[in-house]
Design a protein around this ligand. Structure first.
Ligand SMILES: CC(C)(COP(=O)(O)OP(=O)(O)OC[C@H]1O[C@@H](n2cnc3c(N)ncnc32)[C@H](O)[C@@H]1OP(=O)(O)O)[C@@H](O)C(=O)NCCC(=O)NCCS
Length: 144
């Protein structure tokens, strides 16, 4: 198991993990367009040559970052990989003087909400109809 920065050849694996883990559909071009602005914001976990999870964040201000996606292949969940990835993302943020990390999570996604709370995120507000199917999002934040 290895944690490392994204490389171009990971794109297909990442899209596979995203499409089987996240309800929202993301166009692969999103990665291609956004990653160059902050390549270290896309961190993957690899096992036996395949990406089994990733976190993707962007800089959303001088001292702020935003997690757009976090997903672990379902066979690998519950073993601490999501926590490891998120903590690695925090370290990348800290290196760049980022002191605030935000994200949105579906209000129905109790498991992810608990996961983020355990990692120090707190609930800020509900964003109505944030997702494309009309579901509300919970906006969460953590100070580093
Ligand atoms: C949310 C998600 C990324 C968490 O990834 P994960 O690898 O399962 O996370 P972890 O294993 O670090 O933590 C999950 C749970 O396992 C427990 N755990 C952590 N390490 C463990 C270990 N070594 N052994 C057993 N359990 C462990 C944690 O206590 C945690 O419990 P919690 O549900 O109370 O938070 C993953 O469930 C996922 O991909 N979900 C679908 C996509 C999604 O919802 N993404 C977030 C949307 S914004």
């Amino acid at each position: 198991m290895q944690i490392r920065y994204f490389q171009g050849r990971d794109l297909a694996d990442i899209c596979q993990v995203a499409s089987t883990s996240l309800l929202e559909h993301y166009d692969p071009n999103l990665f291609v367009q956004l990653v160059p602005y902050w390549p270290e914001g896309l961190i993957v976990i690899e096992d036996m040559g395949r990406v089994v999870g990733f976190v993707f964040g962007i800089r959303s201000g001088e001292r702020q970052a935003r997690i757009l996606m976090l997903a672990i292949n379902d066979r690998y969940r519950g073993g601490g990989l999501g926590t490891m990835l998120t903590e690695e993302f925090f370290r990348e943020c800290a290196k760049r003087g980022i002191c605030q990390v935000t994200l949105e999570v579906r209000v129905s996604n109790d498991k992810a909400m608990r996961f983020y709370q355990r990692l120090g995120f707190f609930n800020v507000r509900i964003v109505q109809r944030y997702y494309s199917n009309g579901e509300d999002g919970l906006f969460m934040m953590r100070y580093l």
